[in-house]
Design a protein around this ligand. Sequence first.
Ligand code: COA
Length: 379
Amino acid sequence: MIKEGLEGVLACKSSISRVDVEDGKAVLEYRGYDIHELARHSTYEETAYLLLFGELPSKRELKAFEEELKDLRELPAQIIGLLTHLPPFTHPMVVLRTAISYLGSMDMERHFIDYERSIRKAKSLIAKIPTIIAYFHRIRSGLNLIHPNPDLGHAENFLYMLKGEVPEKIESKALDVDLILHADHELNASTFAARVAASTLADMYACVVAATGTLMGPLHGGAAQKVMEMFREIAVPWRAEEYVLRKLERRERIMGFGHRVYRGVMDPRTIELRNLAKRLAKVKDSKWFEIAEEVAKAVYKHKNLLPNVDFYSACVYACLGIPEDLYIPIFAMGRIAGWTAHIIEQYTNNRLMRPRAFYTGERKRKYVPLSSRTERLDL
Ligand code: COA
């Protein structure tokens, strides 16, 4: 039987994250730890450690991991050169996948997929992706580069490199929680793409490039950017319902709603992001949360759909003053921990992913030599 979109298909075993619905409530756990607890008590660095190594770190282990990430943040001069030469209008996700590919070309151990070297590459990618995003943004804006600051944590340092000033505590905490919530999500499309590439024993950079390209689509990570475009179009809360009805009448999708797995139940990440967006909107005096709430009410009323992770993250990024085309790269900045953990898991217990297709095309046609073919009139 064909399962279009591989819906409900179990494609591999994994012990990284559990996505489930229990007693009518959605569950998301990373390595057995509830996402709500991680969002409230952990940090992105600790969560990345948990995803990569399977256990929460001790104090000493966490400190060592944080120091390693700090040491790996700076980019080689060649990558900075690449960021300078790319056209400034290039979408930052295209920049990111190009820079990751370039980093691969510079790694003499690119082809090795053993555990130790894979962990080294994973740490390097987790540390460097924020720098690639921030540097490209400053270069395209004609601003000087702000180099990584080893006194600052992962999220805090990213905002510092992006904007040139140390963020307020509430800002860095909000981004940190957002990154935790985006760090992994079982076999979502981009992680699946990474695992398909890993199942051919392709190198880690190639797998992450596959994941980065897949994340960009509007049905996946691209939704957050589209959500913000929608908020801008709506502009005032009282226009939200009218906008939603118009979209639904035209049978168009409303970005930031619906989920393949959480059908009819609230995505647990959305609960955390909504709280975060609400707090931030109050502090920053932002109108986007109010618009978001009206959109969510209208979509539930007229289509019975719930918001997903991308919906309130758009509000959070807007409150942090992050440009819209950086929303997907920030998703990647969080998800890189999950991608690399999944790639390593695939390498460790591999079987080539090679499904079949149900053939629906023509059969047994007779080859006609070029000289005997007639031109089609509609060409
Ligand atoms: N807006 C409007 N209608 C939607 C919708 C949305 N965002 N998401 C799903 N639906 C509708 C479909 O049109 C369909 O309605 P119908 O039965 O009346 O035809 C029904 O809900 C089921 O949709 P289906 O296409 O089977 O869901 P899916 O599992 O294939 O899709 C998504 C999952 C995420 C691709 C889909 O919900 C979507 O496109 N969302 C918008 C993009 C987005 O936010 N992506 C981020 C995901 S985290």
